[in-house]
Design a protein around this ligand. Structure first.
Ligand code: SF4
Length: 679
């Protein structure tokens, strides 16, 4: 937070009177939200960089009302509102168990390590109201003790590196309280060994596991059951919700306990995340993994008979053959010819299904089976059902597609995918109809001041709504420049002219910029054109991991970073170091993407207008996110550039302009120079 006091703040114009009496320490839980957030209140006396934020108080009041009235709430709160405190204070006051789900790890860590400890200290300085808080990550972040012990009995390690990692993990397992791999800084992100011993649910034996009592997941679950606040990310939340839905809400299904409310921060990401967890995915890797796990386990237990070996061999061969027959293509593409494929290759599909049946019966027939064999049988059956759905389902709300990705050691991973076209009906029944109170918040939820788009996409029918006033003085802090003379970005002449204009703009801003692109190809092309042309250090996405690049950007004077979508959100660089954000074109989702194409087709087929109801609003949210990188505090100042002048020339451009904060706008390069003091 900036250090300007409440009386010097431009947003303090309608003068909120300081509370006359300090609030007695013992009464802090009873103070009103106004007394907490207003000048002279608890926050002003406890936060080192306090300033009154009208939007923050309004948001806290809206969240408190939603919690009390058991209503849903959707609230857009721009950067600088201080929205985490605005929902945490009412959450703590409600006395309910609340799940907070976020889009990024940074925000989870901020909540757990910074905001909640601060509020505990501010509200309960004598420790009288200690909060129970649990920070949960996805299961694959935790060690599975059973798998580690099995590996100790019969190490199947490839290479010196794995042996080294194994030793480090085995030593750490004896002392760690959480089993969270984040504690093991020396373990590389892409460790192949970790993948073999993490606590993913598909390989978990549950209560029948011999290590159940000492299991890190069991411990995390127990802790969550006792917690007031549970912090998760959207992936964990929706993975859990889909497990509960599949188990028809059986009491022991899933890992997250019942909660009185769920706060979805960074809520603009929900549709994509929910879509991936309510879909189905089967890959060649899953077949390989199942065969390997069965083989290793049965070998260890001296139960690998000749007929079981035969069943595994046949399944491996059938799977390789079947995946090789799938339509060719790179990246993500629709599997439109499923019917024709099945007509031609139905025998191979049946052969693969029969190989799964054979493995299932071989496992079933094993006498005195170890517990994991039941798990293998379940995985075999799951693959059979999911493969059947992927190849034979006629579900109209599902898009079927294929993805090919290169993995390590030049391995080709092929995924058969099914994704719901419209997640709204699923979320309505599984989430919003079942929850007492859901709060959706983000800096980017509204389009042209309305939440219609978000509510329709998510199936959130009944909710209070609020767009909060900004805490920043956008008109004076940011200049928004669109060059009127550049060609349409869809034409071949665009890139050369855009690169020239970027060079000129970076000379004016003296570097200190993010240049963000909608595609890798465009990023690389412009980067190559400018290489050797700029007098400032150039950083390129992909040359180092994201966090390392950001750190280098922060530490390198006048640096310019060239990046794509992963830098459009969740990136926070305050101060002069980032004084300019340039975006190459309006960020419409790639229309040929199978999921986007299916959504467009479905809206049009229902008599809607997909361009205005889906493509434009989605691009508006993304553009707001991208430009949101620039002004991160009251003291930030800088230039925003959109090189795509369709925003001025096309009818739909108005929707973008009306949805952006009130930046000062210009089409004149001279004004850009003046903004940076060049006359
Ligand atoms: S209960 Fe599951 S995750 Fe925990 S140790 Fe056993 S198999 Fe691993």
């Amino acid at each position: 937070m900036a250090s300007t006091g409440p009386h010097t703040n431009a947003y303090y114009s309608d003068s909120v009177a300081p509370t006359s009496q300090p609030v007695p320490e013992t009464k802090k839980r009873d103070v009103s939200l106004y007394q907490f957030f207003a000048p002279g209140g608890v926050l002003s006396r406890t936060h080192p960089a306090y300033e009154f934020r009208r939007g923050q108080l309004q948001m806290a009041q809206a969240v408190e009302q939603a919690l009390e009235e058991k209503r849903h709430l959707i609230v857009e709160a721009g950067t600088g509102t201080g929205k985490t405190l605005a929902y945490l204070v009412p959450v703590i006051r409600s006395g309910k168990r609340v799940i907070i789900s976020t889009g990024t790890k940074n925000l989870q860590e901020q909540l757990f390590h910074k905001d909640i400890p601060f509020l505990e200290q501010a509200l309960f300085p004598n420790g009288e109201g200690k909060l129970k808080v649990c920070y949960m990550k996805g299961r694959n972040n935790y060690l599975c003790r059973k798998k580690l012990y099995d590996l100790t009995d019969q190490p199947v390690l490839s290479g010196l590196e794995e042996i080294e990692h194994y030793r480090a993990i085995a030593t750490w397992e004896k002392v760690t309280q959480t089993g969270d791999r984040a504690e093991l800084a020396s373990l590389p992100e892409a460790s192949a060994l970790w993948h073999k011993i993490d606590a993913r649910s598909d390989t978990c034996l549950g209560q029948k596991c011999s290590a159940w009592d000492r299991c890190f997941i069991t411990e995390m679950h127990r802790k969550a059951m006792e917690s007031d606040i549970i912090i998760v990310n959207h992936h964990l939340f929706f993975a859990d919700l889909s497990i509960k839905q599949q188990a028809e809400y059986a009491p022991d299904a899933g890992i997250l306990p019942e909660a009185g409310a769920v706060i979805f921060d960074e809520g603009h990401e929900l549709e994509d995340v929910a879509g991936s967890y309510f879909g189905v995915s089967v890959s060649n890797g899953r077949f390989e993994e199942l065969c390997r796990d069965v083989e290793v386990s049965l070998q260890r237990n001296h139960m690998l008979s000749a007929s079981l070996s035969g069943a595994l061999k046949s399944l491996r061969e059938r799977a390789i053959f079947f995946f090789a027959l799938l339509p060719q293509g790179d990246g993500r593409f629709a599997f439109e010819s499923r019917r024709e494929f099945m007509e031609e290759n139905g025998d191979e599909f049946l052969g693969l299904q029969q190989a799964l049946t054979r493995l299932g019966s071989e496992l079933e027939n094993l006498a005195s089976k170890p517990e994991e064999v039941f798990n293998f049988a379940r995985r075999t059956q799951e693959l059979q059902v999911q493969l059947g759905f992927l190849m034979e389902s006629e579900d109209r709300n599902t898009v079927f597609w294929i993805e090919r990705r290169r993995g390590g050691r030049d391995k080709l991973n092929v995924f058969l995918q099914a994704t719901p076209i419209d997640v709204a009906p699923i979320l309505k029944t599984c989430l919003f109809d079942k929850l007492e109170c859901a709060v959706l918040t983000s800096a980017t939820l509204a389009v042209g001041g309305s939440f219609d788009y978000m509510r329709q996409r998510l199936g959130l029918e009944h909710a209070r709504e609020s767009v909060l006033p900004s805490h920043f003085d956008y008109e004076n802090q940011a200049l928004f420049y669109v060059p009127p003379d550049l060609p349409d970005p869809r034409t071949p002449q665009f890139t050369a002219k855009a690169a020239d204009r970027i060079r000129r703009l970076l000379e004016i801003t003296r570097g200190r910029a993010f240049v963000l692109f909608t595609s890798y190809a465009q990023m690389n092309d412009v980067y190559q054109r400018l290489l050797g042309e700029l007098e400032f250090p150039m950083l390129l996405q992909g040359d180092a991991p994201k966090t390392a690049l950001l750190e280098e950007f922060r530490l390198t004077p006048h640096a310019v970073l060239f990046a794509t979508s992963s830098f459009w959100q969740g990136v926070d660089v305050q101060g002069e170091q980032l004084s300019c954000v340039i975006i190459d074109r309006l960020p419409f989702a790639v229309p040929s993407d199978p999921v986007v194409a299916a959504r467009v087709k479905s809206i049009d087929a229902d008599g809607g207008n997909a361009f205005f109801q889906y493509q434009v609003p989605a691009a508006v949210i993304t553009l707001k996110q991208g430009f949101g990188r620039l002004i991160r505090s009251l003291h930030d100042r800088g230039l925003l550039v959109l090189l795509d002048n369709r925003i001025l020339k096309k009818q739909y451009g108005k929707v973008f302009v009306e949805s952006l904060p009130p930046y000062r706008r210009t089409t004149d390069l001279k004004q850009v120079e003046q903004f940076f003091g060049i006359e």
